[in-house]
Design a protein around this ligand. Structure first.
Ligand code: SF4
Ligand code: SF4
Length: 99
């Protein structure tokens, strides 16, 4: 399963402590990004043909294979709708988040 993982960013105390190269380990996010999502993708597993296009196009890597079904990590999904737009079977609906 290839899902993003949260890893807290420890802010350096002094400017000399900042690394010269990349600031953060690849494959990790400093925080979850679901707090400002207004809509969420919901998969209709009856309509889904498991082509994995949504898995490939999700810009945040939040779609994962859950056995023979598509899973979505809502901690990191930002609700952009790319997966729903690209699904050839219209198996993903964008549902309004409840407040
Ligand atoms: S793009 Fe649509 S049909 Fe393909 S795996 Fe994703 S939800 Fe299923
Ligand atoms: S709505 Fe955007 S971030 Fe969320 S699963 Fe779909 S493509 Fe990925």
């Amino acid at each position: 399963m290839n899902k993003p993982q949260k890893k807290d960013f420890i802010k350096p105390k002094h400017i000399n402590d900042y690394p010269v190269g990349p600031q953060f380990e690849a494959g990790h996010l400093a925080d979850i990004n679901a707090g400002w999502r207004t809509v969420r993708p919901v998969v209709d597993h009856e309509a889904c043909i498991f082509c994995l296009r949504c898995y490939i196009v999700c810009p945040d890597g939040t779609i994962f294979k859950d056995g023979d079904k598509i899973g979505i990590d809502y901690d990191y999904c930002k609700g952009c709708g790319v997966c729903a737009h690209e699904c050839p079977k219209d198996a993903i609906s964008m549902i309004k988040e409840e407040l």
